[in-house]
Design a protein around this ligand. Structure first.
Ligand code: PLP
Length: 504
């Protein structure tokens, strides 16, 4: 080992040296303690600092508001923790705060964070089997649990991804390379002109990654056939059937339906069983983006709210959403294992197996990605710790809170809820001031309230646009929240509305 004695913390570099263990233990203790200081001094105090963007940049980067040069000289670890404490800890978004009603960002379970720490130490490259032999099995095991959860049949498979976007893009790659190839009767995966004239059906509530995925995969823009969602923001199956018929009559090739079970805007769940019937009848690929809603399957009581996932050709799940996992971990499940191999498997010479009779599980053959860290371990630790019942109880808890929030909104003449009732745990609402405002002024009122709430710091909700109008969006995802937090949110909204010009 190169001489590290001139470095500030030599044992943290030359850690194979005898005696280095104590320094590593100290590193663990000080770092974990620093994280807890952040949790109790910042995360549980405010949902977000609320600093305006230019000011937030200056606070982080200094007066220039821009990154400086890379550190040339070493810095002791204690100094680095101090810089973390000063520059980073006060400026976070805090999913743990009980008034955080945000995007799909539940607080991670401590046993998931601990699993992630273990995974990082193990440094298993879950890619070619030899680079992460036991890691390959942990991922296989977690994928089997997810397949069981969704009700995927024997012969199904899956792979962990960085998140829902990657899973959706990979699913569309399967639709292209497996189903479109079959539909066109090609010997090889369709490319270039073979991607023209194809149609994929999704609602106006589909996640942006469906459109991005089709673009990245080389499909022309008209491939995505956006079908207007119904009054509950769901994809109406009759409209999909009609669109398919019209497209066939016009000479196009209907390829896939991309449904969503738990939409980003409102948490709405498309009628997957009906869409599955259409897909089966018409020979279309059915992908269900259950990035958020899939977790409802953890609860026996809520499972029916996301029906039909088991009928899909591919399903996106995103455990770093409602499975309370540390970032990042997403996943794609597929009905037929060979579809992943057909689409992604390659045989680079440097991964040649010297014992082909072993047929090791080489995960790189199932994914766009190569080396992936042992993402499965944090799900493995935290799922094992709580069991499906325990995880499901956390999901139920948040749905109960969402229902309690919806009930308060329904009963309040000065607040409006949509859709009513929400399908899962996303609650969209707006404040209606006493004075009747026109649509634009009412939109501006919601924007002003959201900003005022952010500065106030008692709670946090995001904004979204539904049918062209602005709504407040509460993602009720935090199992640490209580009904008191719901009251605090609504009290703050009313208080801030009263103190704004429009609210009087
Ligand atoms: C329905 C849905 N699908 C996919 C995604 C993308 O997931 P990720 O950001 O983890 O890639 C999201 C993110 O919010 C989502 O809401």
């Amino acid at each position: 080992m190169a001489d590290a004695s001139h470095l500030p913390d030599p044992d943290l570099v030359a850690y194979a040296e005898p005696g280095a263990r104590a320094a590593l233990e100290e590193l663990g203790v000080t770092t974990w303690r620093e994280a807890l200081d952040w949790l109790y001094r910042h995360a549980f105090v405010r949902p977000i600092a609320g600093t305006p963007y230019p000011e937030a940049r200056r606070r982080y980067f200094g007066p220039s508001g821009r990154p400086g040069t890379a550190p040339r000289r070493p810095t002791p670890w204690s100094e680095i923790l101090r810089a973390f404490r000063e520059r980073i800890a006060p400026a976070t978004y805090n999913a743990q705060h009980t008034g955080s009603f945000s995007y799909f960002t539940p607080p991670p379970l401590p046993t998931s964070i601990a699993g992630e720490v273990l995974a990082q130490w193990l440094q298993q490259g879950v890619d070619v089997w030899h680079a992460g032999p036991v890691g390959a099995f942990v991922e296989e095991e977690v994928i089997a649990w997810l397949r069981e959860l969704v009700g995927m049949p024997d012969g199904s498979w899956g792979v962990l991804t960085s998140g829902g976007v990657m899973a959706n893009v990979m699913a569309l790659a399967l639709a292209r390379d497996v189903r479109l190839r079959e539909l066109r009767g090609l010997d090889a995966a369709p490319r270039a002109a073979a991607l023209e004239g194809v149609r994929v059906y999704a609602s106006d509530q589909a996640h942006f990654s469906v459109e991005r995925g089709l673009a990245v995969l080389g499909f022309p823009p008209e491939t995505l056939r956006v079908v207007a969602s119904d009054e509950r923001f769901r994809l109406p199956s009759e409209a999909v059937a009609r669109a398919i018929e019209a497209d066939r009559a016009a000479g196009h090739i209907p390829l896939a339906i991309a449904a969503v079970a738990g939409s980003t805007n409102t948490g709405s769940v498309d009628p997957v069983p009906e869409l599955a019937e259409i897909a089966a009848r018409e020979g279309l690929w059915l992908h269900v983006d259950a990035a958020y809603g899939g977790a409802a399957r953890l609860s026996a009581r809520l499972a029916d709210r996301v029906p039909g996932l088991e009928l899909a050709d591919s399903v996106t799940l995103d455990p770093h959403k409602w499975f309370f996992q540390a970032y990042d971990i997403g996943g794609l499940l597929v009905r037929r294992r060979e579809d992943l191999l057909q689409t992604f498997s390659r045989t680079p010479e440097y991964y040649a197996s010297n014992r082909p009779e072993d047929e090791p599980l080489d995960w790189y053959r199932y994914s766009i990605e190569g080396t992936r860290r042992l993402r499965a371990l944090k799900l493995w630790t935290s799922w094992t710790h709580l069991g499906t019942e325990g995880l499901g109880a956390l999901v139920e808890r948040t749905v109960e809170l969402a229902e309690a929030l919806a009930a308060r909104l329904r009963a309040a003449p000065d607040l409006e809820l949509t859709p009513d009732p929400p399908d899962l745990g996303v609650v969209c609402f707006r404040h209606l001031p006493v004075r009747d405002l026109g649509p634009e002024a009412l939109d501006a009122h919601q924007v002003a309230l959201q900003r005022a709430l952010e500065l106030d710091g008692s709670a946090w909700v995001s904004l979204t646009t539904l049918r062209g109008r602005t709504w407040l969006r509460a993602g009720v995802m935090n199992h640490l929240s209580s009904e008191r937090d719901l009251d605090r949110l609504l009290d703050a909204i009313r208080r801030l509305a009263r103190s704004s010009a429009d609210g009087t």
